[in-house]
Each structure stands twice: as structure tokens, then as C-alpha cells.
Design a protein around this ligand. Structure first.
Ligand code: GLN
Length: 480
């Protein structure tokens, strides 16, 4: 058995050189999952495991290896999938009671692509219900604990995916990011989380939260692994008209280029009130480190940043209220029993199966879209969104990437913010801007607090320029 932490290349090499098999790795990971999840303080990262499917995938790779065939890029890599991505024949719940028994008849494109590249899908990970949340406490089934501090949240909404990678229950995972849900949990759990440019990765088969903001991306242990997974899932998909028809660079090869001479922007708006001093210190030290690697640090201004949270929470809830209208109990999703009329069926099915946060979002979004309020809220928010995007356009005329903290604080305690939605929403202050502007962002570990809580560094880039942020991230990771 090769010991964790395992990276994608280590797995592939070990299988190619016949030091292990995909099957043995799969079994090791299931054993680890079982052991960890049996403990009193279980992490709760998985909602469903899919042994048969994993077995088939592992077997295919082992046969290729035995025949001496060249192995695909993710050969034998045990991965975990956030439970908002559809998996054919495998329960897909979005951590909601409304989809508790839903078994999709098709695969999400991103999942199909990583499997075609040899990955072994172990199972589906816990998350906030319909990806709405920043702490994973909104799962209808159970919260997730942070593997690095069991009394703390793993972040959200891809908390199960980040926790699974952080605790070596998977080598890599897929998450989704609408307002920070890949990057923030990655930062809380001490792993790497990459949100690609809007349109870079197909969302076909992703359970929609807010369609103009939803992204799929990797959560991994290293920057190189994130580059590998991105290379596999990126690119045009005929099933998603919002996926971009652009060539996909060889992201791993791009990492070889030095970061020397790159211009990095630092915006004072991301270092203001509410930023934890230990996080500030770690991020400032990381910036110094990047300077010492030959990057030039340039002050930039992103003046509309203070409006990002209200803008996001109007647009995201408006789109969610529309996307969630389909869960009416007719074709699929939970249906209430003993109803006497169609409208009672709709009402009770939704009332009995959505959690409090989902209901809050549907109400907020419906309000923002209603006649008489549409112009004041939704339309206004769209205008501010354009201004936020323009801030980045202006900044990226001067710099190649922008450095910020990922989250204003390290992982908070379970229950600490769950009764205060506004405090929870404010935790997304540094991440929602990239979703609104459609630009890519990565979070990488940049140290720990005195209490040993991981801290995340965020690197934002130009549209479709994931290569540059990966390069900066890789340079920092290697030097640190
Ligand atoms: N925390 C944000 C929210 O609750 C972002 C969620 C996400 O990115 N899916 O909406």
C-alpha cells in the first residue's frame, strides 16, 4: 500500500509501474472512509458510496495496466463528487430531502469526463442543501466536520468534497462554486480549490442553483492536481450551450513557466474591516513570498467591492427561486401524502421537503423578481454586477492576477453562525465577486493560525486565463 497523502501523478505512476492496483487503492480508500466515518466524531463527508461503479472503473484501469497500455491522465484516481452532480444509477440528493430518493438516468458531463479519463468515483459528498450555504450546516442529512478541527465547520457549500480530500478519503474531488463554494471550503480544510472561468467547464447534469453563477471545478491536494483535473473537465460540451468553444491549454505544462515578472494586483478593498488579523498576516506574508519569487506587486482598486454581497444575494436568490420551481413533486422530487388537491400537493410537497435556508432564498428571490420590486432590486443588482465586472477589467489592464484572502476568517465553530444568516452571508465577501464577474479563482493553503486552522490565499485571473493563476499558485506552493 502506498501511504497518503497521495497525488494524482503518484497514483498513476504506481499503477503504471505495477506497484499497486486501482482496485487496491479503491479498497484502501473505502476502508479509510469506513474507519473515519465509524468514529464518534465522524466527519460526515459522504452521503452515498457507489462501490459497484467504482469497482468497474478500477477494473478497467487494472486491465489496461496489465496489458501494458498507456494509462489515461486520471488512471485509478479515487475521487469524490459533490452530490449536486448527476450520476447515472447513483442517488443524487443535493443534500435535500426533496431529492432524497432521486436516481438520475444520466451523468453530469464533468463526472463522465473524469471517469473517461480513468478516475474511480467512490461516492457522493455531503454539501449544503442545493449548494446554499457557507458551512455545510444546511445539509438536510447531517453537518460535516472539519477534519483539521472537528468542532469547526469545513466551509460550504462543497464541505464534504473539501473534507474528503483533506482527510485523505479521496485523492481529488469535484465541487461547485456559485458564490465561493469551492474556494472557501478548500481554504477552511487546508486544500486547493479551483473555480474555472464561467463557461470553461460544462454544467450539464449539475443541479442548478443560480445558472448565471454556477461553476464546476476541482478540489485537490496540490496545484498540479487541480491543473490535471481542469484539463480533463474543461472544454465545449454540446449539451451545455453556455460552455465556451475555446481551446483548452495544457495546464500542467503551463506550470513549468516561472512566475517571475508577473504583475500581481493587491486591492485595499480586500484587506479592510472584518479581516481576521492572523489571516491578514498570512496573506501579507504570502505576498512577500511571491515578491521574493520575482513577481511585481501593484496596488489596484476594485471600488464596487462593498456592493458585492447584496448584489450576489439578490441575483443568486432570484435565479434560485426560478430554478427550484421544478421541485413540485410531479415527475420527481418528494411528494406529500394524503393531499386533496393539486395546489395542496405543490404546497405541501415543497413545504415538507425544503429546509429553512432554501425557503428563505426562494422567498427573497421571489420578492426581488416580483412586479413593482424587479427594477429596484433585480435590475439594479444586474447593473451593479456590470460595475463589479468592470472593476476587474480595469484592474486586469494593469496586472496579470489579483491576490486576496479567500475568506475573512478561518473555519468557524459548528453552530457559531447558523442562527444568523447575515453573518453567514458576510463570510462570502471575498469570493462572490469572481462569480459575479465570471473570472477564475483559486484558493491555496498559505499557513495556519495559532490554533492550527488552515488559511487560504485566493488568486484571481482574467477570463479564460486559468493558466496564469495556476502558475502563480504553483510557484507559491513550491516555494512555501
Ligand atoms: N455561500 C454562498 C451561498 O450561500 C455560496 C454558495 C455556493 O457557492 N454554492 O450562496
Amino acid at each position: 500500500m502506498i501511504q497518503p497523502p497521495l497525488t494524482i501523478d503518484a497514483v498513476r505512476c504506481a499503477i503504471q509501474e505495477r506497484k499497486t492496483t486501482a482496485l487496491a487503492l479503491m479498497e484502501d480508500h473505502y476502508e479509510r472512509i469506513e474507519k473515519i466515518e465509524k468514529e464518534d466524531e465522524a466527519i460526515g463527508a459522504f452521503l452515498t458510496v457507489c462501490r459497484e461503479r467504482a469497482l468497474e472503473a478500477a477494473d478497467r484501469i487494472d486491465r489496461m495496466a496489465a496489458e501494458g497500455k498507456p494509462l489515461p491522465p486520471l488512471a485509478g484516481v479515487p475521487v469524490a463528487i459533490k452530490d449536486v452532480m448527476s450520476t447515472r444509477g447513483v442517488r443524487t440528493t443535493a443534500a435535500s430531502k426533496s431529492l432524497e430518493h432521486y436516481i438520475p438516468p444520466f451523468d453530469c458531463t464533468a463526472v463522465a469526463r473524469i471517469e473517461a479519463a480513468g478516475a474511480v468515483v467512490l461516492g457522493k459528498t455531503n454539501c449544503d442543501e442545493f449548494a446554499m450555504g457557507s458551512s455545510n450546516e444546511n445539509s438536510a442529512f447531517r453537518p460535516v466536520r472539519n477534519p483539521r478541527a472537528l468542532d469547526r465547520v469545513p466551509g460550504g457549500s462543497s464541505g464534504g468534497s473539501a473534507a474528503a480530500v483533506s482527510a485523505d478519503m479521496a485523492v481529488a474531488a469535484l465541487g461547485s462554486d456559485t458564490g465561493g463554494s469551492i474556494r472557501q471550503p478548500a481554504s477552511f480544510c487546508g486544500v486547493v480549490g479551483l473555480m474555472p472561468t464561467y463557461g470553461r467547464v460544462s454544467r450539464y447534469g449539475l443541479i442548478a442553483f443560480a445558472s448565471s453563477l454556477d461553476h464546476i471545478g476541482p478540489i485537490t491536494k496540490t496545484v498540479k492536481d487541480a491543473a490535471r483535473v481542469l484539463g480533463v473537465i474543461a472544454g465545449r460540451d454540446a449539451m451545455d450551450s453556455t460552455s465556451a468553444d475555446l481551446p483548452v491549454p495544457n495546464y500542467v505544462a503551463e506550470l513549468e513557466k516561472s512566475a517571475r515578472g508577473l504583475k500581481l494586483g493587491v486591492a485595499k478593498e480586500y484587506f479592510g474591516e472584518g479581516l481576521d488579523p492572523e489571516v491578514r498576516h498570512a496573506v501579507e506574508s504570502a505576498i512577500d513570498k511571491l515578491k521574493s519569487l520575482g513577481c511585481e506587486v501593484v496596488p489596484v482598486s476594485l471600488p464596487h467591492t462593498p456592493y458585492a454581497i447584496p448584489t450576489y444575494y439578490i441575483i443568486a436568490t432570484a435565479e434560485a427561486s426560478s430554478n427550484l420551481a421544478r421541485y413540485d413533486g410531479v415527475r420527481y422530487s418528494y411528494r406529500a401524502r394524503g393531499v386533496r388537491s393539486l395546489s395542496e400537493m405543490y404546497r405541501r410537497s415543497r413545504d415538507e421537503s425544503f429546509g429553512a435556508e432554501v425557503k428563505r432564498r426562494i422567498m427573497l428571490g421571489t420578492y426581488a423578481l416580483s412586479a413593482g420590486y424587479y427594477d429596484a432590486y433585480y435590475l439594479k443588482a444586474q447593473k451593479v454586477r456590470s460595475l463589479l465586472a468592470r472593476d476587474f477589467e480595469d484592474a486586469f489592464r494593469k496586472v496579470d492576477a489579483i491576490i486576496t484572502p479567500t475568506s475573512p476568517t478561518p473555519a468557524f465553530r459548528l453552530g457559531e453562525k447558523s442562527n444568523d444568516p447575515l453573518a453567514m452571508y458576510l463570510a462570502d465577501i471575498y469570493t462572490v465577486t469572481a462569480d459575479l464577474a465570471g473570472i477564475p479563482g483559486i484558493s491555496i493553503p498559505c499557513g495556519e493560525t495559532r490554533d492550527k486552522l488552515p488559511i487560504g490565499l485566493q488568486i484571481l485571473g482574467r477570463h479564460f486565463d486559468e493558466a496564469t493563476i495556476l502558475r502563480v499558485a504553483h510557484a507559491y506552493e513550491q516555494a512555501a
